[in-house]
Design a protein around this ligand. Structure first.
Ligand code: HEM
Length: 408
């Protein structure tokens, strides 16, 4: 590619800055990575491993991409150089603490979240209602013999679990799902913003309600943050509540969908989970490793160098977690889901200051899903009468649809 890119119709392409070595320039759009038209986000992302470890793309205003697991971990951990004030390609992020705030300020927000996601609370309290929800959804699907898994299961399960965790009535679930669909899948920014605004209005009402009628839940604590000595303004509270509402929806839905996608291709995975439930915790980690989800960004706050590449203050760097688990330097045969793989840490929940605060909840949801699904369902296959599965990329990788069929 030439060292000077041109503005395209969308205005997303910018000229290559002089500090970027032209040999590192690739034409890579993280929302539509080359090759995604073949239907598999991960194969499309993996193409980046054919080039240098760190590359620069002129798309989305121009940004770096660290492609290898070791560099992804380094960026995630080195908050002193890589700020979360810009964690999307849009530059400065909306104020949704703790994710948009750097340490040490992020710590006081995380302190509010942490007690709600301890292992004990997740396993002893949330697990019970999670299992009921998942069993109920599976039992309703099973007699049908087919489903579109993403919409009929994967998106409903985590919203329902979260509603229970925060003591919200399931009767409001459909509304919330619709706003979530608009926010994540809306055909244009207008529709997406409408979905977001509806959620924010709902959250405002909820926080008022929890102030008057406190309970033992995270929204009660968030509304109580007004009494914190370091409280600044209402945006903090709404931002925190919005983040915790949305952070566990597309992510858990995508993880469940990719696991079902794998099981439809390889029924032996389904049989193994059913026949050997002791493998479930390892299976959860292996599915997480294989399907890293988020493509977040960082703002570089000081000039620095890595592997001979010069990063400049003000540059953006993308952290494609999906590539981390596919790095053959860290994992043998990385595309293969192998529950017996020697235990190897993955970066799917991030690392360091912004490590997913609810990883315990996410892991439990996926484990219960795998356990109940493999126990209650016969092995599934791709529905031969429906379109083949299609995956998408963007801020969160996911499956757009997954038509499954099984014997009734
Ligand atoms: C498979 C499911 C999930 C995955 C893969 C995932 C992944 C992540 C990652 C990678 C980050 C850090 C982002 C970054 O460094 O830029 C993060 C942060 C976060 N996640 Fe999760 N997550 C999942 C589920 C959840 C759930 C269920 C919730 C809440 C109900 C949640 C709440 C959060 C919050 C609040 C943060 C911000 C933490 C901070 O900035 O300090 N996540 N997650």
């Amino acid at each position: 590619m030439s060292d000077t890119a041109h503005q395209d119709q969308n205005g997303g392409i910018v000229p290559v800055p002089s500090h970027v070595d032209p040999k590192l320039v690739v034409d890579f759009d993280y929302e539509k990575p080359p090759g995604i038209e073949d239907g598999d986000t991960y194969k499309a992302l993996k193409r980046l491993h054919a080039g240098p470890d760190i590359v620069w793309t002129p798309r989305h205003g121009g940004h770096w991409i660290v492609t290898r697991a070791e560099d992804i971990k380094w960026v995630q951990e080195t908050y002193q150089l890589f700020s979360h004030k810009a964690f999307s390609s849009q530059g400065r992020s909306p104020f949704i603490p703790p994710i948009s705030v750097d340490p040490p300020d992020s710590i006081r927000y995380r302190a509010l979240f942490n007690p709600y996601f301890t292992k004990r609370r997740v396993e002893d309290v949330y697990q019970i209602s999670t299992r009921e929800i998942i069993v109920d959804l599976i039992e309703k699907l099973r007699p049908k013999g087919r489903c579109e898994f993403v919409r009929e299961f994967a998106f409903i399960a985590p919203v329902s679990v979260f509603f229970n965790v925060v003591n919200l009535p399931l009767s409001r679930r459909e509304e919330f799902l619709e706003w979530g669909r608009m926010n994540s899948w809306g055909e244009n920014e207008g529709v997406r913003a409408k979905g977001r605004m509806a959620m924010i209005d709902y959250i405002k009402g909820l926080l008022k309600d929890r102030e008057k009628n406190p309970g033992d839940d995270i929204f009660t604590s968030i509304s109580g943050f007004r009494n914190n000595s370091r409280f600044q303004n209402e945006d903090e509270i709404i931002g925190m509540a919005y983040l915790v509402f949305v952070a566990g929806q597309d992510t858990v839905a995508a993880q469940m969908s990719f696991a079902a996608w794998q099981m439809a291709q390889r029924p032996e995975l389904h049989h193994r989970l059913r026949d050997d439930p002791a493998i479930l915790p390892q299976a959860v980690e292996e599915f997480l490793r294989r399907h890293g989800l988020s493509n977040t960004f960082r703002l570089i706050v000081d000039d620095c160098e890595r592997k001979g590449v010069q990063f400049k203050k003000g540059d953006l760097v993308m952290v494609p977690i999906g590539l981390s688990g596919l790095d053959e330097r860290s994992y043998d045969d990385p595309f293969r889901v192998d529950f017996d793989r020697p235990p190897a840490p993955h970066n799917t929940f991030g690392n360091g200051a912004h490590l997913c605060v609810a990883a315990t909840l996410a892991r439990m949801e996926i484990r219960v899903f795998l356990e109940e699904w493999s126990k209650r369902m016969p092995p599934v296959r791709f529905d031969p009468d429906k379109p083949a599965p299609v995956s998408h990329a963007g801020a969160i990788n996911g499956l757009s649809h997954l038509h499954l069929a099984w014997d009734v």
